[in-house]
Design a protein around this ligand. Structure first.
Ligand SMILES: Cc1cc2nc3c(=O)[nH]c(=O)nc-3n(C[C@H](O)[C@H](O)[C@H](O)COP(=O)(O)OP(=O)(O)OC[C@H]3O[C@@H](n4cnc5c(N)ncnc54)[C@H](O)[C@@H]3O)c2cc1C
Length: 503
């Protein structure tokens, strides 16, 4: 074998980095004992789960493209290297003797929603008690803080003295930061590399400005108590002392809310995943999936195209793009804003998913120091919970930003910011921060929520589901993973791991 086909172990690879004919599969096959070159025939199974009588490969009714036999097989194939895909890949890579392939269309992991958010570790108090959003956010917060604090014990940069790793809210209940931006760092020291995940459990204020909003805060406090998440009210004196520039009728504090460096977190997940033998391929776009029987088991051929050559203006992806085909008995779709398209490659039309794209803009603030704000400040959210309201967040450098707002758009990649929205931001923020100056606001960045609910539709929960009812065993769809998806990522990975316990 030529050296040219050996991908260095620590490199993020593209399936199409070399000539299309070589697929880089030789390297992938080498990197894990349970990746197999394919030497069996593949039988198509249609969505009603009837096996095609012919042993030849042919297009299924759901699949517009011809698919030929796979070049190699893996035990788990994950589509999408955002924070949730990385967390699932990291978790599954712990299984002894199993191979995991994580496929990403961009040139790096985490370039979409996972790097365009508020980086807030949410407490999990807003959503219906029995929803996945509530359960996974609370569990995800616990897992995340456990990770951050436990690694923190090794960190020389720690200045806040936390006594142990935490998994319960009671541990953090009374903590109010006495000084902003004393950072804790989570440190991992894998061979040849030191990786830190900075974080700060800063605490969040939810402020009311009317009587109605104050009664909402009372019910939120009650709800938080019922689900075991710590919140408490501040007296007027405490409000004045802690945040003299914030105007509020009532303030409900969520002390377990924090901020962290989600990029470092993703790097850590990627490192851990690949350290256990997992493969991440970038510039590699999933353009078709066919269900079928291969060798001794049922599963899926996933067609992966060179992302640079895919013509996305076509309703079905360009067939001229260089492709490779991978067989896997388990396919996990974590494709964020494109997760409906991936799911719909296999689901019957009457059960297709539909995502709405909901842009959230952020505005930064010049001279943020003059505002002297030390906590995350959130207004009372709108009733439909389409967002949490235009809030004030601080990043780990103490930089203030406001947002996100809510704007339904038609495209999943329209990140431009209309500076005219500055007026909307100014009006919203001065309600709780009267000292803000309009000229201090500047357009910063935008993120797009993959929402399952349309403009006038009610709350919809995360979808995390193996599509067994449609005869698609081993096909797991995650869709509508908007906020609090970042906080929930480790808990979502745990849930998917449990879902696939016998696979
Ligand atoms: C404005 C905003 C603010 C937010 N704030 C917070 C917050 O403060 N706290 C919090 O907990 N959550 C927050 N969230 C939610 C959080 O960011 C998301 O839930 C999380 O990032 C989703 O991660 P993901 O991995 O599911 O999706 P993504 O990050 O979108 O990753 C999906 C990946 O799939 C890839 N992909 C898509 N199609 C294909 C294909 N065909 N082939 C190969 N790869 C493909 C994409 O390129 C992408 O990299 C916020 C979201 C938004 C929009």
């Amino acid at each position: 074998m030529s050296d040219a086909f050996n991908i260095p172990k620590r490199m993020t690879t593209s399936l199409f980095r070399f000539s299309f004919r070589h697929y880089n599969t030789l390297s992938l096959l080498n990197s894990h004992p349970s990746k197999h070159a394919c030497d069996h025939s593949f039988n198509i199974i249609n969505s009603s789960n009837k096996r095609n009588s012919s042993s030849n490969i042919s297009p299924s009714s759901n699949s517009p493209l011809m698919i030929s036999a796979p070049e190699f097989s893996v035990d788990y194939l994950i589509i999408g290297a955002g924070v949730v895909g990385l967390a699932i890949a990291e978790r599954l890579s712990k299984r002894q003797g199993k191979s995991v392939l994580l496929v990403e269309k961009n040139s790096r992991f985490g370039e979409e929603t996972s790097s365009r958010n508020s980086e807030v570790i949410h407490a999990g108090i807003y959503y219906p008690n029995d929803s996945l959003k509530t359960r996974l956010c609370i569990r995800g917060k616990q897992l995340l803080y456990s990770l951050l604090f436990s690694q923190n014990q090794d960190s020389s940069s720690t200045r806040i003295n936390y006594t142990s790793s935490i998994t319960t809210d009671s541990f953090v209940s009374d903590y109010i930061p006495s000084h902003p931006f004393i950072l804790s760092s989570s440190t991992l020291s894998p061979p040849h590399q030191k990786l830190t995940i900075p974080f700060y459990r800063i605490g969040k204020w939810i402020v009311s400005r009317t009587d109605d909003q104050s009664s909402y805060l009372s019910s939120l406090h009650e709800k938080s108590r019922n689900i075991g998440v710590k919140t408490y009210f501040l007296s007027k004196e405490q409000q004045q002392l802690l945040e003299p520039n914030v105007k509020a009728n009532e303030v409900l504090v969520s002390p377990t809310t924090g901020i962290f460096d989600s990029h470092s977190f993703m790097s850590w997940l990627e490192w851990m995943f690949r350290d256990k033998g997992g493969d991440l391929v970038v510039n590699s776009e999933v353009t078709n999936i066919i269900r079928g029987n291969y060798g001794s088991g049922d599963g899926y051929i996933v067609e992966i195209s060179d992302a640079d050559s895919v013509d996305r203006s076509l309703s079905s992806p360009s067939s001229t793009a260089p492709k490779t085909r991978v067989f896997s008995p388990v396919v996990v779709n974590v494709a964020g804003l494109y997760s409906d398209r991936i799911a719909n490659m296999l689901l019957p039309p009457e059960h297709h998913y539909k995502l709405y794209y909901v842009k959230g803009h952020y505005f930064g603030y010049r001279d943020g120091g003059a505002l002297k704000v030390q906590h995350l400040i959130y207004p009372v959210p709108p009733e439909n919970l389409k967002s949490l309201g235009i809030h004030l967040t601080l990043d780990l450098n103490g930089k203030i930003r406001f947002g996100p707002d809510v704007l339904y758009i038609n495209k999943p990649d329209d990140y431009k910011i209309d500076d005219k929205r500055r007026d909307i931001f100014f009006e919203a923020v001065r309600n709780y921060l009267p000292g803000i100056k309009k000229e201090g606001l500047y357009a910063d960045y935008a993120g797009i929520r993959p929402k399952l609910s349309g403009l006038d539709e009610p709350f919809k929960d995360f979808v995390i589901k193996e599509e067994v009812e449609h005869g698609l065993k081993g096909f797991v769809n995650l869709s509508g993973i908007e906020s609090p998806g970042l906080t929930s990522s480790l808990a979502i990975a745990e849930m998917v791991d449990n879902m696939l316990i016998d696979r």
